[in-house]
Design a binder for this molecule. Structure first.
Ligand code: FAD
Length: 557
């Protein structure tokens, strides 16, 4: 006879149920049945499959999370929790109902520990047969002290981390996934150029991280401080280890403000700004509106940087404002670029040069910003020349700085990098070159593509698909072609949409008659200003993969 115990408004448990009991559970409003015991524990026990078949006939879903007494693992808790998070009415059963009760209590504790420190490396002891009254506190302790292991650990919950988690969940909903991300806020960084141009508010580029973590994925709000790849573990800032079967590294890159003498002290004042920071992008717009005569400087550091077009986008949108305000002739615009060309892909260069001419901007190549003095509004550059480097200085009224960039220090200090300090992955499969269960995507890797959100949109499904293949012991079939895109906002209302892959191969999304990427178009502006933010928040971070070539909604691996 089924003895039901109600644990809360959502979950009930019982001893072993019979096929005939399912009708009664249906009458009680149960939508999901969970079996927590292995088949054939005792002779004559109804198999999970027979329960499932009858449940499904009555429109009830059934899941099997079996474990024997004393062997409840974090993976069981995670699986149970992901079902609890659906909000559906659940009935769980085992031999007596005790295991299901322990699991429920542990899941509650686990939901709590997603956001608070837990102790690692303690062996879970037996919980079988524990009297009910002491179960709850014991289960909580066990969950808090269990070895934290996940099928997939994602280091970094920015664009690439969340997109990959969402993509994995679409493909394998029961994978146990953790994202390690310290920041409570998440940013749509491509919007910062528009904030600096007075088109977006900065608030529109920010959301709470917690709201974006896909359902069923555990968020550990901490930093990764070390990699112990031989133990399949990462070390967190709280000195805890998190173990994984697969590790995805998506930690972005580091902005090296400190590499320019005097910069950190003066950022956000004295006319010194940067669209590379959420808090500073509005200051760019403030400066642009205020300036009606003087010297405006825009800098670009050595490659690689994220969104290589962003330094000149800041220039175009500022100059366009001054042009339309009819004060451009009073403002000297200078673009100091550490590189030797205005843009790496020749196709787009003529259109960009035309705009530089329109805005009367002086181009200075092979010039790297090395020092700034805010109070005297002076900037120093190292000019690389055949007859030796020179140092030049220039005054400014406003300077937009793009900082030098490198992989995060913890990556550089690991054994996972190439000789330049970037995460060393195969440029097509995105699998680490030496360690098969480590993957990387986004700005942190050494793949020779443009470091952009657009690249991440294509990379996330590739990583997700290849991890699923690896789990299924199949060959890795998903390949990243190096796609990246840079919508160059040459004026308000027009964009030159650069889209290209490895070795500079042009990879336009639209046929030429709809959008010619080599020319400034209104359609590309609409894309940048309206469509891309929507695609980011509603598609990319939610595992909707249209136009990525790896659509999880269409075909599961
Ligand atoms: P991020 O989104 O930066 O995420 C990295 C995450 O890792 C962060 O959340 C960080 O907190 C976390 N992290 C760091 N260290 C640790 C640690 N130790 N432990 C755990 N977590 C850690 N792209 C475009 O496609 N089009 C554009 O027009 C465009 N314009 C841009 C304009 C600007 C001004 C900027 C700054 C960027 C622009 N980009 C653009 C680039 C795009 O934003 C990035 O390429 C993209 O965000 C990369 O994603 P990511 O996940 O690799 O890095």
């Amino acid at each position: 006879m089924m003895k039901i115990q109600i644990l809360n408004t959502q979950v009930s448990v019982s001893n072993q149920i019979a096929i005939d009991d399912i009708e009664n559970l249906k009458k009680l409003g149960v939508n999901i049945i969970i079996c927590n015991r292995p088949d054939e524990e005792v002779l004559g026990q109804a198999t999970f499959q027979s329960i499932k078949e009858q449940a499904e006939l009555l429109g009830i879903a059934a899941y099997h999370i079996p474990f024997v007494g004393g062997e409840m693992q974090p993976s069981h808790i995670e699986d149970f929790l992901s079902i609890v998070k659906t909000g559906q009415k659940i009935h769980a059963y085992c031999r007596t109902g005790n295991r299901s009760t322990h699991l429920f209590n542990a899941a509650i504790a686990h939901a709590h520990i997603d956001h608070t420190p837990v102790q690692p490396e303690i062996n879970p002891a037996s919980m079988a047969g524990t009297p009910n009254v002491s179960v709850q506190s014991e289960a909580v302790n066990k969950a808090n002290s269990a070895v934290m292991h996940f099928d997939v650990v994602i280091a970094g919950g920015g664009s690439a981390g969340i997109a990959t988690a969402a993509s994995l969940r679409k493909r394998k909903p029961h994978l146990r996934i953790a994202i390690i991300e310290p920041s409570p806020n998440h940013y749509y960084q491509p919007g910062w150029t528009m904030v600096g141009g007075g088109i977006f508010t900065r608030q529109s580029t920010q959301r709470k991280t917690g709201e974006l973590i896909p359902k069923g994925v555990t968020w550990l709000q901490e930093s990764v401080v070390g990699f112990e790849e031989e133990k399949n573990a990462v070390l967190l800032s709280s000195k805890r280890y998190i173990h994984y079967s697969h590790l995805v590294i998506a930690m972005g890159l580091q902005l090296d403000w400190h590499a320019i003498e005097g910069l950190e002290q003066t950022l956000g004042k004295n006319g010194v700004t940067s669209n590379y920071r959420y808090d500073l992008a509005p200051y760019t717009w403030e400066l642009v509106k205020k300036l009606d005569k003087g010297m405006a400087i825009f800098t670009q550091p050595p490659m690689p940087i994220k969104c290589a077009g962003a330094p000149q986008k800041a220039l175009y949108l500022s100059a366009d404002y001054w042009f339309k305000k009819k004060c451009l002739s009073n403002i000297g615009i200078h673009f100091y670029n550490a590189g030797k060309v205005i843009f790496g892909i020749e196709t787009y260069v003529p259109a960009l040069k035309k705009y530089m001419k329109k805005y009367n901007a002086q181009l200075h190549f092979s010039h790297t910003l090395i020092k700034i003095d805010g109070p005297t509004q002076t900037a120093w550059f190292k000019q690389a020349a055949e007859d030796g480097d020179k140092i030049i200085s220039t005054p400014f009224d406003m300077i937009h700085v793009c900082p030098p960039q490198s992989a995060p220090d913890v990556i550089k200090q690991s054994r996972l990098v190439d000789d330049k300090g970037w995460l060393d992955v195969n440029m097509h499969t995105l699998q680490h070159k030496k360690i098969n269960n480590i993957w990387g995507l986004g700005d942190v890797t050494n793949t020779p593509n443009a470091k952009t959100m657009a690249a991440v949109r294509k990379q996330a499904p590739v990583v997700a698909k290849n991890i699923c293949h690896a789990i299924n012991q199949m060959p890795l079939s998903a390949q990243y072609d190096g796609y990246g895109s840079c919508p160059l906002t040459v004026e308000r209302g027009k964009v030159v949409l650069a889209e290209f892959g490895y070795a500079g191969k042009l990879l336009p999304t639209f046929p030429r008659f709809i959008n010619n990427g080599a020319r400034p178009t209104k359609l590309a502006w609409l894309l940048k200003a309206n469509l891309l933010p929507f695609i980011y928040w509603q598609c990319m971070l939610k595992g909707r993969e249209w136009l990525t070539g790896c659509n999880a909604n269409k075909k599961k691996p």
